[in-house]
Design a protein around this ligand. Structure first.
Ligand SMILES: O=C(O)CCC(=O)C(=O)O
Length: 289
């Protein structure tokens, strides 16, 4: 199977229209098991970027770029179907892995992941969010369909109320600074929760190994975890050689340097260097039905 036959019929059209699709069974149980083992390993060996993004009522754990020393993640990034999925979504082969990350919302983590989109990179940019646990629709990542086409760069509302908690600092470092005057085209994410019916909000109940593939510019957010078990997800983010660091993404350079990561990033320049490896898709990959 080649990357051109990876998606079910009409999936590419839906991806381009809505900015997100759900791919059922994209990752086999072995990949799910590997990512879960990686998370355990990473919790025991956190990097300087490891965070508990949760509030006092529950943990919301995450680390970023941990594949550099967690072999389970390195293998997932390099050998799982993720690169082939990204190659098809971005209509590019090779593709470049720009980030690996994971999130674990522990029981009692009732806070929403705020509505936001990922805009530090301009040009082709997609994310593959793989469910590692059975995830009901009301605890699953959700999207404003079509918002990737709004043509605006919107900062999450919570950035504006600088509470200084870990989640806000994290989102500010990696998504840009809302306090700066960014000029036309920039704004604040609307208060989607206050008027959900006004938006075409889509999301899916997911089984382990299902994923949502989304254009990073599609507004997304996630409810808290109301279950009595953790909800884990492993995410890879992908770009092409045309993608560049956006001007308001310049804070990422400082955040990476502060964490001791060498990245050859410059605003307006293509993203290069060993932290962002190129992967050429050459092999058949898992069936997606
Ligand atoms: O899983 C979550 O709660 C957040 C995920 C997210 O925002 C992302 O992967 O871009």
């Amino acid at each position: 199977m080649t990357a051109s036959t990876l998606f079910p019929p009409d999936a590419m059209a839906a991806y381009e229209r809505d900015g997100v699709i759900c791919l059922r069974g994209a990752f086999s149980a072995e990949w799910v098991e590997l990512a879960c083992r990686g998370i355990e390993h990473n919790i025991a060996q956190p990097s300087p970027l490891f965070r508990n993004l949760g509030t006092s009522d529950g943990g919301f754990l995450s680390d970023i770029w941990a594949r550099r020393y967690i072999p389970e993640f390195e293998r997932f990034c390099m050998e799982s179907p993720a690169a082939a999925i990204a190659a098809q979504a971005l209509r590019s082969n090779p593709v470049r892995l720009v980030q690996d990350t994971w999130f674990s919302k522990l029981p009692g983590a009732s806070a929403r992941t705020p509505w936001h989109h990922d805009t530090a990179i301009a040009g082709p940019f997609c994310s593959i969010w793989v469910a590692l646990d059975p995830t009901p629709r009301d605890a699953s990542l959700e999207f404003v369909a079509g918002s990737h086409g709004w043509g605006r760069t919107l900062m999450p509302r919570s950035y504006f109320a600088r509470g200084g908690d870990a989640a806000e600092r994290f989102y500010t470092e990696f998504h840009g600074d809302a306090d700066r005057d960014q000029g036309p085209g920039f704004g604040q994410v609307p208060d989607i929760e206050a008027d959900r019916d006004a938006y075409d909000i889509i999301g899916w109940e997911l089984q382990p190994g299902d994923c949502v593939l989304f254009d990073a510019r599609t507004l997304h957010g996630a409810p808290g975890n109301h279950l009595e078990r953790p909800l884990r997800r492993f995410v890879t983010r992908w770009i092409t050689d045309e993608s560049v660091l956006a001007p308001h993404g310049k804070d990422v350079i400082g955040a990476l340097a502060a964490a001791g990561l060498q990245a050859e990033l410059e605003v307006g320049k293509p993203i290069r260097g060993p932290l962002f490896p190129v992967i050429t898709v050459t092999r058949p990959t898992s069936i997606i039905s």
